[in-house]
Design a protein around this ligand. Structure first.
Ligand SMILES: *Cc1c(COP(=O)(O)O)cnc(C)c1O
Length: 384
């Protein structure tokens, strides 16, 4: 975390219903709107990212309603579990792990069942490193009486996702991924038509009541006691992100993804997400016989670099995920790639390539110079 953020969070407490705090919230509210690319209120919730997922499901759908769930990893499965818990009927579209959902498959599923009221997806499926086409999905749902709900945790502030311009009905994220904050906060915004729906759905959750949060947000407060220290940190992280410029952040994230992917490919290893990939993490498929847990333990002990294994299912021990979102730059990623290689070899693996770092750094600077390719490019600020 940036020093500015850490210091802001060390400040003394202020009262969450008084003027000093409302001033902070007013600034934060504007910054979050810019970050989400929306003119609608972005509501902070005192909860980890999953809290906002629960809030979305409970606010937008009544028990018995059907929703389509893009299931291409652990977080897709989480949507299904949340729906079941709250008696909303999930219809999973199973996607091969590491791949993006096919827009045609979603369209076919929607055509088949006119009772479907939502499409729930991740933007970046952090458990696999794949990136789902949320812009295209929103374009599909927009023409129907179907809400597009996007878990943007590990995507917002990492990869462009301008909510209003793309017609997304619900976008949410958490504090501890791209936002350079500790865990404990999540954020959620609804489109106009999503609010109309939320006004008709009976409150499905006492703590996560978005109608009440919207009202409190109008007074620059939160419905229940705000996590004041986190909000103070958030004000700093938003100041940093916006002063650097969202376009520049996305450009940096794109370049970091190119750097990681080039390094891993140069080593002769397989990238788990091949075509549509996240910009904030890179997942590596390990060769048979190499165990992720052992490799990670060596990297942490010998190099002081913390990486993650796969999540759930058969891939847990077969994948290493290198995180490079938020307060991370090319020097951190170079150290990470180096730690990966040292640990891989310490575990008995062999990697022939010796100039992988040079190739990776070349790819970084080239990508930074050239910027995000036209096909991926949008102007997030032009919508505001
Ligand atoms: C991290 C993450 C979550 C879970 O968030 P918590 O803060 O652990 O509740 C959900 N979805 C995605 C895509 C994530 O990356």
């Amino acid at each position: 975390m940036p020093e500015e953020v850490r210091l802001a969070m060390a400040a003394d407490m202020i009262h969450h219903r008084k003027a000093a705090f409302r001033e902070v919230m007013t600034e934060v509210r504007a910054g979050l709107g810019e970050l989400f690319g929306t003119s609608m209120p972005v509501l902070p919730l005192g909860a980890s990212g999953t809290g906002a997922m629960v809030a979305a499901v409970c606010a937008l759908f009544a028990p018995g309603e059907k929703v389509l769930v893009v299931e291409g990893g652990v977080f897709g499965e989480r949507w299904t579990q949340i729906c079941r818990t709250h008696k909303i009927v999930p219809l999973p579209i199973r996607v091969k792990w590491g791949e993006a959902v096919s827009v045609e498959d979603v369209e076919t599923a929607l055509d088949k069942d006119a009772e479907i009221r939502g499409v729930l997806t991740q933007h970046s499926e952090t458990s696999t490193g794949a990136l789902h086409p949320v812009r295209e999905l929103a374009a599909l749902t927009r023409r129907r009486n179907v809400l597009s709900v996007v878990d943007g945790i590990s995507a917002v502030s990492v990869v462009p996702c301008p909510m209003d311009a793309w017609g997304i009905d619900c976008l949410l994220t958490g504090s501890q991924k791209g936002l350079m904050l500790p865990p404990g906060l999540s954020f959620i915004a609804l489109s106009e038509r999503a609010w109309e729906k939320a006004e008709r759905v009976p409150p499905g959750n006492y703590y996560f009541n978005l109608l009440k949060e919207r009202e409190a947000s109008g007074n620059a407060q939160t419905n229940f006691t705000s996590p004041v220290s986190l909000i103070l940190g958030l004000r700093e992280s938003l100041r940093l992100l916006l002063s650097f410029g969202l376009d520049n952040i996305y450009r940096k994230q794109w370049a970091l993804a190119q750097m990681a992917r080039t390094g891993i490919s140069a080593l002769g290893l397989e990238l788990f997400a091949r075509d549509a990939f996240a910009w904030g993490l890179t997942s590596v498929l390990l060769p048979d016989g190499m165990d992720a847990a052992r490799l990670l333990a060596v990297a942490a002990e010998r190099c002081g670099v913390v990486m993650a294994a796969g999540q759930g299912g058969t891939f847990k021990s077969r994948i290493v995920r290198i995180g490079h979102m938020g307060y991370v730059d090319y020097a951190d990623l170079a150290a990470g790639l180096h730690a990966f290689v040292r640990s891989f070899e310490a575990c008995g693996g062999y990697l022939g390539c010796r100039n992988y770092l040079e190739q990776a750094l070349d790819a970084y600077w080239r990508a930074l110079d050239e910027g995000v390719p036209e096909t991926m490019k949008i102007q997030p600020r032009s919508v505001l």
